[in-house]
Design a protein around this ligand. Structure first.
Ligand code: C2E
Ligand code: CA
Ligand code: CA
Length: 593
């Protein structure tokens, strides 16, 4: 038994997320087996296991090697009971694969009865051992669900209440900080409601509110949250994918939906709505800030004559006008040859041999000079120009790569909007034939958002692309709202860990287990991994140690015009220079070229 009489780590006596507990124990177990004589590591692991409220099993090839006291307690058995037993004799549907997020399961008790638990499994790196963490769900389940329902629901309309909205704001803030993407808070006020409520009486008012809530829920997407936060006021939290204009679009839809008459027993009643919008992080750093900024915006909308929406700042409107001007200029950028590509190499992490180059788009604006793709790609997506621009990128990158004598991969970013084109696979097939590039040398980088938006269509597209023989990489992994299970389903070859995680490796303690777990899980799915945004030797060393296959970042190479990358793209020059690939890369980073 992992039995230490005294829990040495009281700080751990809290409800750690099950997956984090599992990863931590797996990491410590690994440390233990690497250096068995490091008694400190061993003690730490035991203390962690003992202090945990959750059951822990360490198993090897399905056989139980060790358990902690919490598990014995939960099963009502003594420590010796586990000797010579197998994990699958304890869990009704067998041990989960170590790729899966926490799954609900039944624990088989000695008397044969079944007990609800949550189970997470993680492989201990480089050993055949597996850690399973098991959380008792019985006491919490029923009561917790009921409490949550009562405290977070508006009883009249069935949508969330103010408290639910506050909770959702807090959750979105931490997700947005991690993902580097913002979200919007919309406050929706029903015009004329008070007058109608007074005129027709409370019964009608209540039924109007119920219908209004239903309409709102039907207007937002599934990822948005709707709550009733005042007598006739609703709040909506909307995750943004880089486009503040999405919030305006939603506000517009809400206003037109609410302008349609409501039917109360055959009597048609017209309401209407005004909307105030606050954006995170631009307009406020906390939920409370955002609530009051959105209220200000709502006041402006009401003052400007109801049935309309406003951002909280006049500055926001100016920003929108600037974007419109850029959208206009983008219209002629392609025919006026204002686009170019730079290429950023990526490397095998252990040999630092170049493995491929990612094409990145640049726009030289006639008056403003270089405009960042982070600025203009969302605009191009909004107005549909991304389709011809994206094809130009593909054609240019494939033609360039076809001329390289070093047959490395060329990676091209695909916008989700390009997938709404039915014939994207055909177009790419034609470009490959036209340029003579072998399909296996083209890798398409796709962001998670796409898969969330329209799963069936996305699946059909990705399958068509796979049939061409090109490779698929999931870009910016970890910033979206989906999980590794998507990758399994969509037949990806590779995932790129978002650079926000890599940046945090140096200074934030919780980034390491996350990166470690992503790499371990990807490996068991037979997915390659690229870490992007590698900027320091320490990050590189850690990623190598974890077995991350590819690395990319300013430490090893910045995006450059293709003419400056002959050392990578031309086999002869590479062979000449790469007597020691590590030295080349080290030299490159030291001289910063
Ligand atoms: P991305 O696909 O994640 O590309 C990587 C971005 O990270 C590039 O920015 C690159 O210059 C930057 N980067 C690379 N290594 C490091 C590093 O070590 N540290 C830091 N801080 N940054 C690093 P860039 O070129 O500004 O591109 C921004 C985004 O614009 C890209 O993100 C991609 O989403 C989009 N993009 C660029 N070109 C295209 C394109 O041709 N088509 C589409 N649809 N999107 C593109
Ligand atoms: Ca990319
Ligand atoms: Ca990326």
């Amino acid at each position: 038994m992992l039995g230490f009489a005294h829990g040495a780590l009281p700080a751990l006596r809290m409800a750690l997320p099950l997956a984090a507990l599992c990863v931590a124990v797996a990491a410590l177990t690994n440390a233990r087996s690497l250096s068995r004589r490091l008694a400190l590591q061993g003690r730490r692991m035991r203390a962690l296991a003992d202090a945990a409220f959750d059951g822990l099993i360490i198993a090897r090839a399905g056989h139980i090697v060790d358990v902690n006291p919490a598990l014995a307690r939960l099963m009502g058995v003594g420590p010796g009971w586990f000797d010579h037993r197998r994990v699958d004799s304890l869990l009704q549907s067998g041990p989960p694969s170590h790729l899966e997020p926490a799954a609900e399961q039944r624990l088989i008790l000695p008397d044969g009865s079944l007990h609800p638990v949550e189970v997470v499994a993680r492989q201990v790196d480089d050993t055949a051992e597996q850690v399973l963490a098991i959380r008792d769900l019985a006491p919490s389940k029923a009561t917790q669900a009921q409490i949550d329902r009562l405290t977070h629901t508006d009883l009249l309309t069935g949508v969330g209440n103010r408290q639910a909205l506050q909770k959702s704001l807090a959750k979105m803030i931490s997700m947005a900080d991690r993902a580097g993407r913002g979200f919007a808070l919309l406050r929706v006020d029903l015009d004329r409601f008070k007058a109608i409520n007074d005129a027709f009486g409370l019964g009608i008012g209540d039924r109007l509110l119920v219908q209004a809530a239903q309409r709102l829920c039907a207007t937002v997407r599934e990822v948005d949250t709707v709550a009733r936060i005042g007598s006739d006021e609703f709040g909506i939290v909307q995750p943004l994918t880089g486009r503040p204009a999405d919030a305006a679009a939603l506000a517009g839809r809400i206003i037109s939906e609410m302008a349609l008459p409501f039917d109360i027993d055959g009597q048609l009643v017209k309401l209407g709505a005004s909307v105030g919008i606050a954006l995170y992080p631009d307009d406020g750093a906390s939920g409370a800030d955002l609530m009051s900024r959105a209220a200000l915006a709502l006041n402006r909308a009401r003052k400007d004559g109801h049935g309309t929406w406003r951002y909280c700042e006049p500055g926001m409107d100016r920003l929108l006008r600037q974007r419109q001007a850029l959208a206009h200029d983008l219209g002629t950028a392609l025919i006026e040859n204002q686009f170019s590509l730079v290429y950023q190499p990526f490397f095998e992490s252990d040999s630092l041999r170049v493995a491929g180059c990612e094409a990145l788009l640049r726009w030289t604006h006639p008056r403003q000079g270089m405009v960042s793709p982070a600025t203009f790609i969302p605009i191009a997506e909004e107005c549909g120009l991304i389709v011809p621009i994206g094809l130009w990128v593909l054609r240019t990158a494939c033609a360039a790569a076809a001329a390289w004598t070093n047959p490395i991969t060329v990676s091209v970013n695909l916008s989700p909007v390009q997938f709404q084109q039915d014939n994207i696979a055909e177009r790419i097939g034609a470009i490959l034939r036209e340029t003579g590039l072998a399909p296996t040398r083209l890798e398409l980088e796709i962001t998670e958002g796409l898969l969330m938006d329209d799963t069936e269509q996305a699946m059909a597209m990705l399958t068509a692309l796979r049939r061409l023989g090109v490779k698929l990489a999931m870009d910016d992994f970890g910033t979206g709202y989906s999980s590794l299970s998507y990758l399994k389903k969509f037949l990806f070859d590779k995932l790129k860990i978002d650079r926000s995680f890599i940046r945090d490796l140096d200074d934030s303690a919780d980034a390491r287990p996350i990166v470690q777990a992503i790499i371990a899980m990807a490996r068991s799915l037979h997915l390659n991994v690229t870490a992007e945004g590698v900027e320091t030797e320490r990050q590189l060393a850690y990623l190598r140690q974890q077995g991350c296959r590819f690395v990319q970042g300013f430490l090893l190479g910045r995006p450059e015009p293709i003419a400056d990358l002959r050392w990578a793209t031309h086999a002869e020059e590479w062979e000449a220079a790469a007597a020691d690939a590590g030295e080349v890369a080290a030299h490159r980073s030291a001289t910063g070229d």
